[in-house]
Design a protein around this ligand. Sequence first.
Ligand SMILES: C[S@@+](CC[C@H](N)C(=O)[O-])C[C@H]1O[C@@H](n2cnc3c(N)ncnc32)[C@H](O)[C@@H]1O
Length: 206
Amino acid sequence: MTVDLKTHWDSVYREKPEDSLTWHQDCPSTSLELIDMIGLTPTSSAIDVGGGTSRLAASLLANGLRDVSVLDISGVALENARLQLGDTGNTVTWIQTDITGWVPDRQYDLWHDRAVFHFLVDARDRVTYLASLRKGLRIGGYAIIATFAPDGPEKCSGLPVVRYSPTGLGTVLGDGFELVAHRDEMHQTPAGRTQAFQFSLFRRTA
Ligand SMILES: C[S@@+](CC[C@H](N)C(=O)[O-])C[C@H]1O[C@@H](n2cnc3c(N)ncnc32)[C@H](O)[C@@H]1O
């Protein structure tokens, strides 16, 4: 059966309360810790790829950024996220698309992805994702990519994932990305289970 990903993710966000989603975080603290290392300024630009209803965009806006984009395959997730933000939601650029087919028409200083790249189990999807990353992230900019760690779950939201170590992820990204820092995180799901994540911070060098 062909999985229609947009339908899958729209149903998830339509049918489940946000605080029951396994990946839900009240605060994206590990991402923010790594972002602190980069030294963004109010004129920096950032995109949260597969941002869903994450609080990351709100945190970036609260830190003074004015150029924040959130991309997700689910229009339901983006609408929920926009409503959560109230009036400030109007300052965010919302992009409803599948990242594996997206061709950015501009560049960002920060590319953030928590728990999206790991869904790309087909090598062709990883190739197109990485083409988007190279087109959308300026040289000298940073990418934070968080995935399930090698000892993390084999599935998320019923879909298979690829698990990575920071160095393994660096190998997949290939030349032109320098691993600057990484963090392990044992994420507590709302149901009380733990999931091993890795967060890697890469600098685009070429
Ligand atoms: C596990 S959730 C993580 C959400 C968010 N990053 C967070 O940390 O709360 C995965 C998100 O990726 C989105 N997604 C899955 N596949 C995608 C794709 N191919 N293109 C864009 N977004 C995708 C889903 O709609 C969902 O919002």
